[in-house]
Design a protein around this ligand. Sequence first.
Ligand code: HEM
Length: 161
Amino acid sequence: MLMIVLRFAHVFFGALWVGMMVMGTFFVGPAVEEVGPDGGKFMAALQRRRIMTIMPLFALITLVSGMWLFGRLAGGNMSALLATPMGLAFALGGAAALIAFVIGIAVMRPAMIRAQQLAQSGAPGTGPEIQRLRARGNVLGRLVGVLLLFALAGMAVARYL
Ligand code: HEM
């Protein structure tokens, strides 16, 4: 039963995390940038729906369940698991997802939130700073997106390597 719960949580929230992130980074982000100042209104509306809280929560569930599954798969012998192509693929994919999470939480999220706060304050002369923060968020978002796609690819094929 525990395995079913772990696998459900892992695959379900992992799919949502990657899907939301890829949609956000490769489609929504560039579209918002193209629209210009009006894009800020859209970003504020997204934030009101707590996207910046929901996504990290999905990510955390995926990471914790993934590490738990990895521990169970190893069955106490981590080096033996890592010596197999399957174990290595799960580990490399997991590491990519972990790095993506750290970049997202530590650098990307604060930049996006700060940009939003500045935009909402309406203070004069903040335009260039907002653009700079959004551009930084978008670049980091692309990196996070690529890392998550790598993790997804590793997870998808690991068992058949
Ligand atoms: C982007 C984040 C992630 C996504 C989308 C994802 C997705 C998946 C999917 C679809 C599977 C099922 C593969 C199969 O049964 O053949 C899986 C399995 C697995 N994942 Fe992840 N994963 C992610 C992150 C992680 C992390 C951070 C770890 C930690 C090491 C991890 C460890 C595992 C393990 C050990 C399994 C095998 C579970 C089992 O024994 O059945 N995953 N993952």
